[in-house]
Design a protein around this ligand. Structure first.
Ligand SMILES: O=C(O)CCC(=O)C(=O)O
Ligand SMILES: [Fe+2]
Length: 205
């Protein structure tokens, strides 16, 4: 724990180690902890591993680069299917007609095994306030999405598969044709769980 606290998120900050970022909107503490990265994790990684932080930063930055490409492609597929072109959404297009880099963050979530899982929640039910979210989970189930008529449905981890969740901004942009997905993470008695979540939003200006 002492080690983790070296990378603590500061009270006014966005990045670093701490409770789930959505937890301020809920009254109950969630059975999880996380590490938030925006662009480079170097400042916190240096605190954690003063001699050995480069590899971690390289891997994270490469992952972010690939996710940005994938998220951009998915966004244009989604907009294209609605008949929206680059001419219609100037905020998403740079001067040369290229997709503008979105404002993104990477959230590393850890859910420890829980002695009394029925009385806790890993991450409370929420929608992401993103355009879309790309999620990787380790081989422990825990992610659930809410389906009208069926209730909570498990999204099983499949080797090599990524989960794409539609966020609130796509819901709004598409007038509800792409509804944002209500989801949550539950915990188990015996197995811990990890998820790696790329949250993709529009450019900040
Ligand atoms: O851990 C999960 O599967 C869900 C994570 C999530 O929804 C989030 O970080 O916004
Ligand atoms: Fe989420």
């Amino acid at each position: 724990m002492q080690q983790k606290l070296k990378a603590s998120r500061s009270p006014e900050g966005v990045t670093g180690y701490g409770v789930a970022r959505i937890s301020s909107f809920f009254s109950k503490l969630m059975w999880s902890e996380g590490f938030t990265i925006v662009s480079s994790p170097i400042e916190h990684a240096r605190q954690l591993w003063p001699k050995d932080y480069k590899k971690f930063c390289e891997v994270i930055e490469e992952y972010e680069k690939e996710m940005e490409k994938l998220a951009g492609r998915l966004m244009w597929l989604m907009l294209g299917s609605l008949g929206i072109t680059k001419d219609d959404v100037k905020w998403a297009v740079g001067p040369k007609g290229e997709s503008k880099g979105g404002c993104a963050s990477l959230q590393l979530n850890f859910y420890p095994a829980c002695p009394d899982p029925d009385r806790t929640m890993g991450l409370a039910a929420h929608t992401d306030s993103t355009i879309l979210t790309i999620l990787h989970q380790n081989n422990t189930s825990g992610l659930e999405v809410f389906q009208e008529g069926n209730g909570w449905v498990t999204v099983p981890p499949l080797p090599g598969a990524l989960v794409v969740n539609v966020g609130d901004l796509s819901h709004i942009l598409s007038n509800g044709s792409y509804p944002s997905v209500l989801h949550r993470a539950i915990v188990t008695r015996t197995r811990h769980r990890l998820s790696l979540v790329y949250l993709y939003g529009p450019p900040s200006e």
